[in-house]
Ligand binder design. Sequence first.
Ligand SMILES: [Zn+2]
Length: 145
Amino acid sequence: MASNEKEAVKRPQNEKKKQPKACAGRELHERMNFLYQASVLMSDTCPQLSASYGKLAKAIGKKAVLRMEPAIKRTLCVRCGVLLNPATTADIHDFRHKQLCYVQVNCKLCGYSKRFYNSKNHQLWLDNPSSIVERIEFQAPSSSS
Ligand SMILES: [Zn+2]
């Protein structure tokens, strides 16, 4: 009986210790998410600040070796990190020819241009079902307590 009570006491401590291991770099992901949202907000009013936030988000991911989803990563300028908003900070050209099709995105802040080629057989690794190893779902902290 005494051993059961000891286990019951020990369990909550073990659960607390295991929680951070559930998702490696969760706090960094949250910080990158925050910086990206700040970059989106600032892209209309202050592109320089947006570029600063975007560059910081990319630098955090680079240092901790965390990958951004390509769909999100492609909305940030490669050179300056500003959010490429077609209305304010980017020019988008759709080039179509018989054999060569691509979308060219020009950054208005730093002038960098990036081409996304449209090839039929190309598939992103994240679109491949075998790329998913484990799916972790998090619940938002409840505000009722
Ligand atoms: Zn740029």
